[in-house]
Write a protein that binds this ligand. Structure first.
Ligand code: SF4
Length: 494
């Protein structure tokens, strides 16, 4: 029996989520990776017990879809039988190459483990909501910049040696920076943040901490650590001394001027989000040099793949000597342990199977939920539309295109440059907003890809030399984009 089953604490296996195509289970192996044999076993379970669709999410969780209440129970037993230990408690996440990347600034694993232990010891897991997370990022080839978290510790080199930049409530770009400190202090501050959040209740997040609390955390290194500060809304005068210090020494690069601490969250195609990712990191796709080996990153198109193809890939990997397959944030698998000479044939097999093997693959720019027919709530065939657009318009896809079966927006909860959303009127086009916004124009769902081709043709004809398609869209504005989308014919037909 694995740790989850004993404690009944893992929301993934103990409480599967209802989605449009049945129940969904999300799991994260404690070890971060699986042997190819274990992945084959899981995929066989997915085929037998679910609808055969497996996903790797933007945060690197594995999802199995299309389960029933009965089959989800059987799946939990089969995960136990395989001996896969599943992560429980507050996620304390490290990068997929943590501890083995020669380019990382510091190995984040020991610090992450200490934080996990402290969270357990303090009994915080039960007091914190299920979306709370901590990131410990040692830097290197695959950072966790794109992953949002309540607490972030990011290794940095300074004249005094390695320090951990502590920040809260956001991703690598927009989290509120507090202070850069040694690992013991970083550990203490991380746990203090979680205590403060717990004090506010299970719905609270780090973004809810007051300026006074953030200032006290930022000043941790230069004063006696406070006990958990109550959330007292201070008067202007009360916060001034803290705030001055915070502004001058802590809330620096990347601080959000408008005070917004959380970036838009990118969903997980599950009917609910586990917190998300934005696009400002190297993708975990391609070859990554390790000390004496190469890691091979392989992406799942739109984060999803039929289980039988995952079985074929894992069997091939096993044959070629892969010893571990890690789940990587960014909807990918990292294959480790195979001889260097085996990596290219493995990549070729993955490409033949339809996996994403190049970071330049246009499918990486498209977030698409399962849509119809997989999801009962879907109104458009999102994945088919995505495939057509990726095949026809790769040259202009330098922005995020979100294709959502309905207004729920499971695949990308934040704004996207363009969003196609299924609804009663067909496929609506939303410009620079979320799937929940009012579309600026509509086309029949079956014809949505042609509408995007029309927009793409407008971009090709209107953009200046050196201008990105994203910048061109901004310049053209929603009215012109919607008008192009609504037109029945493409430029090529005119
Ligand atoms: S957004 Fe997509 S996956 Fe989510 S409920 Fe709608 S159709 Fe289903």
């Amino acid at each position: 029996m694995n740790a989850f089953s004993r404690r009944g604490a893992c929301p993934a296996l103990s409480a599967p989520m209802q989605t449009g195509d049945g129940l969904l289970v999300r799991l994260n192996p404690v070890a971060g990776g699986l042997s190819p044999k274990f992945l084959i076993g899981l995929a066989e379970s997915a085929l037998r017990l679910g609808n055969g669709i497996m996903e790797v999410t933007a945060r690197g969780s594995l999802q199995i879809r299309g389960l029933t209440a009965e089959s989800a129970t059987v799946l939990a037993a089969e995960v136990d039988a395989l001996g896969i230990a599943v992560r429980t408690g507050v996620p304390v996440e490290t990068g997929p190459l943590a501890g083995i990347d020669p380019q990382e600034i510091a190995d984040p694993l020991p610090l992450a483990q200490r934080i996990r232990a402290a969270v357990e010891e303090a009994g915080l897991t039960q007091r914190l909501g299920p979306k709370i997370s901590v990131v410990v990022d040692g830097g290197g080839q695959l950072t966790l910049n794109a992953v949002t978290a309540d607490v972030r510790l990011v290794a940095m080199r300074t004249d005094a040696g390695v320090r951990w930049q502590v920040s809260v409530a956001g991703d690598g770009q927009n989290a509120k920076r507090l202070v850069a400190v040694e690992d013991d202090t970083a550990h203490d501050i991380a746990v203090a943040v979680l205590r403060m959040v717990a004090e506010k209740g299970r719905e609270a997040r780090a973004r809810d901490l007051s300026e006074r609390q953030l200032a006290s955390l930022a000043g941790w290194h230069s004063m006696a650590p406070p006990s958990v500060l109550p959330d007292i809304s201070p008067s202007r005068g009360e916060i001034s001394s803290f705030a001055v210090r915070a502004r001058s020494s802590t809330l620096v690069i990347g601080e959000s001027k408008d005070g917004s601490a959380i970036s838009p969250l990118e969903g997980e195609m599950s009917g609910r989000t586990e917190g998300g990712a934005v696009e400002h990191s190297r993708r975990p796709i391609g070859f990554f040099n390790l000390s004496h080996a190469i890691a091979l990153g392989i992406g799942l198109p739109y984060g999803s793949m039929p289980a039988d193809k995952i079985i074929t890939l894992a069997q091939n990997a096993l044959t070629l000597g892969t010893t571990e397959i890690r789940l990587a944030p960014g909807r990918a698998l990292l294959l480790l342990g195979q001889p260097t000479a085996a990596s290219q044939p493995l990549q070729d097999t993955a490409a033949t199977l339809g996996f994403v093997t190049s970071p330049a693959d246009p499918r990486t720019r498209i977030a698409a939920c399962p849509g119809t027919p997989a999801c009962a709530s879907g109104r458009i065939a999102t994945r088919d539309i995505a495939e057509t657009i990726a095949a026809e318009n790769a040259d202009i896809l330098d922005f995020t295109l979100h294709i959502s079966g309905c207004a729920k927006g499971c695949a990308h909860a934040g704004k996207a440059a363009l969003t196609l959303v299924g609804g009663e009127n067909g496929a609506g086009l939303v410009v620079n907003a979320t799937a929940k916004a009012l579309p600026a124009g509509y086309r029949p769902g079956y014809d949505a890809a042609r509408g995007i081709s029309r927009v793409a043709a407008m971009i090709r004809s209107a953009r200046y030399q050196g201008e990105t398609a994203a910048a061109c869209l901004t310049r053209l504005g929603p009215a012109a984009i919607a008008e192009a989308y609504r037109q029945a014919r493409t430029y090529q037909q005119e």
